[in-house]
Design a protein around this ligand. Structure first.
Ligand code: SF4
Length: 397
């Protein structure tokens, strides 16, 4: 047995352990266990500094989970979009392939808690029909291995899956969705990365939520993956009491870049059952994003998205930087709330734009055109419409 497997085996998971270690009332611990079992491996447990801290909140069952039964079990409609067991096919050219129900840690906010930890729900029996589906659907060029966590499979089992996928000519990209580099970095061994690099192009999206998760162990794991030529991305979920603070997120994003993990997505928490106590307002998410743009490198800025309930997919949200737009100009504010104007030039998509030859104002050219279409020469005569700027806006040009 490898060290990481032993650590999974040594996880806190029984009702007795929940009562003894975390002081949870026995009856509540039993109800929580029934709702979604615990798994806290010794490594992740060691990151807890005090009760209720951001690490604790992510992994220790909380009675608030039992007070939230309005939310859906499958808010993203993954099951409804599953043509065969183990596959979700939501977007045209990519498919999600669930290869195991197991994870190195069971996160209390998990969207897939209806399946995670249950061998019956994501079973190996479904693999054959999943491979067949991938073979037959030539439009799929990108497969995301998920679960559970695909790195919970042994190297041999994972390699068999990778070999089968690589034998399908139209599949160009394989992605691993794995939290292991963060929650159980001991899983990233030289043997694993040497096996993975035979099946390039492989990408990996991992899932760090707080700067305390960046340790010497997780840094080494991410760097080993990057050294094996696997580009690493991070998906973060905004959660109350974990990372709902612009300074915390900025620190996390900057630290991720240092360990060669590129911030990729920042999600609003899914509307999944038992996770209401984690959810924040959209305004908090926007404030976090505003705390990044302009204040740190663009490399450190993830896409801020809502994974739309009902299976609508990821929809980006951005702070409102556009104060006004018409066919001839756009008025923008920057991260310091200073205001700038940029000309909206004429082209096929904006025929009446700045410099348009269609326009006449009696000042330019024989035919009355007022523009030259290339931004040079006589200045366009813009008649600004009255617009209301925010009170704190500072006009620069
Ligand atoms: S690792 Fe992912 S799938 Fe597993 S419990 Fe955590 S969020 Fe859910």
């Amino acid at each position: 047995m490898e060290l990481w497997q032993q650590m999974v085996r040594d996880s806190v998971h029984t009702v007795d352990q929940l009562v003894e270690k975390f002081g949870i009332d026995r009856k509540i611990a039993e109800e929580l266990d029934e709702f979604f079992q615990a798994r806290i491996n010794p490594y992740y447990l060691s990151l807890i500094r005090q009760p209720g801290d951001p690490i604790w909140r992510q992994c220790v069952p909380d009675k608030a989970e039992l007070e939230d039964f309005d939310a859906a079990e499958d808010p993203l409609m993954e099951d409804a979009m599953s043509p065969v067991p183990n596959i979700t096919h939501r977007y045209p050219d990519r498919a999600l392939f669930l290869v195991t129900s197991q994870c190195g840690l069971y996160c209390r906010f998990c969207t897939r808690k209806r399946k995670v930890g249950d061998y019956e729900k994501i079973s190996m029996k479904g693999l054959e029909s999943a491979f067949k589906y991938l073979e037959e659907h030539t439009e799929i060029r990108d497969v995301i291995l998920s679960g559970g966590d695909p790195l919970m499979l042994t190297d041999a089992m994972l390699e068999k899956i990778l070999q089968r996928i690589r034998a399908i000519p139209h599949i160009e990209i394989i992605r691993l969705g794995s939290k292991m580099p963060c929650v159980l970095p001991h899983r990233i061994t030289p043997k694993l990365v040497n096996m993975l690099k035979k099946y390039h192009p492989i990408y990996c999206n991992t899932h760090f939520n707080h700067p305390w998760e960046i340790t010497p162990e997780s840094s080494k794991a991410c760097q080993m993956m990057a050294d094996a030529g696997i580009p690493m991305g991070n998906q973060m979920v905004i959660m109350k009491g974990v990372n709902d603070d612009p300074a915390v997120v900025k620190e996390l994003m900057q630290k991720l870049l240092k360990i060669r993990v590129r911030p990729y997505y920042m999600y609003m928490a899914d509307e999944t059952k038992g996770a209401n106590h984690f959810r924040t307002s959209i305004e908090t998410g926007i404030k976090i994003l505003e705390g990044l743009r302009g204040h740190t490198s663009g490399l450190a800025i993830p896409h801020f998205v809502i994974d739309a309930p009902g299976g609508g997919g990821k929809i980006p949200i951005i702070p409102n930087y556009v104060l006004h737009k018409d066919e001839e100009r756009i008025i923008l504010r920057n991260f310091q709330h200073k205001v700038y104007t940029y000309k909206n030039y004429a082209d096929a998509n904006n025929p009446e734009g700045f410099g348009s030859k269609n326009k006449t104002n009696g000042k330019n050219g024989k035919n009355g055109s007022n523009g030259n279409g290339n931004g040079k020469g006589k200045k366009e005569d813009i008649k600004p419409k009255k617009i209301k700027l925010p009170e704190h806006a500072e006009i620069e040009n």
